[in-house]
Design a protein around this ligand. Structure first.
Ligand SMILES: [Zn+2]
Length: 240
């Protein structure tokens, strides 16, 4: 069982190192940093969307202002024509009615245009308010984020020595592990974060499947790798 013992010791050292890494990754500061990162991203998306909206509203407003301007010019032309027609004795009642109808229609179109322009202006004001509020909030969040990042770096820095010790220990243990076993271990590790499972009450400690007697015997007599037929983890009898 020497080879398997060495491999087990290697895994334990790896688990210990992973635990430290997990601790570093999950401190309150790191969690808050991740939250802020998400928040900043969504704020940036909102800012981009609002600025797009404002631009679109403004271009609509410009178009509308042009249209209303043209309608007003025509109204002026037709109004002065009405004055002329009224003074002209040869003009007919039909001509007068038609012109008045045109003027009424133009007035309606202008009012409609002005109403639409007012609606657009309200939208622009609202979007601009939202934009400024979001920009301020994002600025505040960014400051907080930068401070937290420094704190997280310090936290990581503070445990760098500890991690280095783990790496040294792992490198040392790796030398005592049979290279063939280590290679197999790393292959299984692609599917299972913790590749070796201890046998507990004749069951695979990884997937909990009961192991047949033949297999238990094989494990007890082999100093090498026997994989669980169910989950593929490497089985280790340990102290059992
Ligand atoms: Zn299993």
């Amino acid at each position: 069982m020497r080879k398997m013992e060495a491999l087990w010791a290697y895994q334990e050292a790896e688990v210990a190192k992973n635990n430290v890494e997990t601790e570093i990754r999950s401190t309150p500061a790191r969690q808050q940093l991740a939250k802020l990162h998400k928040q900043l991203k969504s704020q940036q998306a909102v800012i981009a969307k609002l600025s797009e909206d404002i631009e679109a509203y403004e271009s609509q407003l410009n178009k509308l202002t042009d249209q209303v301007g043209k309608l007003e010019e025509r109204l002026q032309v037709e109004s002065s024509e009405l004055v002329t027609i009224k003074q002209d004795e040869e003009s007919t009642a039909e001509e007068m009615t038609e012109l008045k109808g045109d003027i009424e229609r133009l007035n309606r179109e202008i009012s409609q245009g002005v109403r639409e322009a007012k609606t657009l202006l309200t939208e622009i004001e609202k979007a601009t308010d939202d934009y400024q509020t979001t920009v301020r909030a994002a600025g505040k969040a960014k400051k907080e984020y930068d401070l937290l990042r420094v704190k997280c770096e310090e936290e990581k820095e503070a445990r760098a020595g500890e991690l280095e010790q783990h790496d040294k220990k792992l490198a040392m243990l790796a030398k005592s592990v049979d290279p063939v076993l280590l290679e197999r271990y790393n292959k299984v590790k692609q599917h299972h974060a913790v590749p070796i499972a201890k046998i507990v009450n004749s069951k695979c400690g990884g997937c909990n499947m009961s192991l047949p007697m033949v297999m238990l015997k094989k494990i007890a007599t082999t100093d090498g790798i026997v994989e669980c037929e169910n989950c593929g983890r490497i089985l280790y009898s340990g102290d059992e």
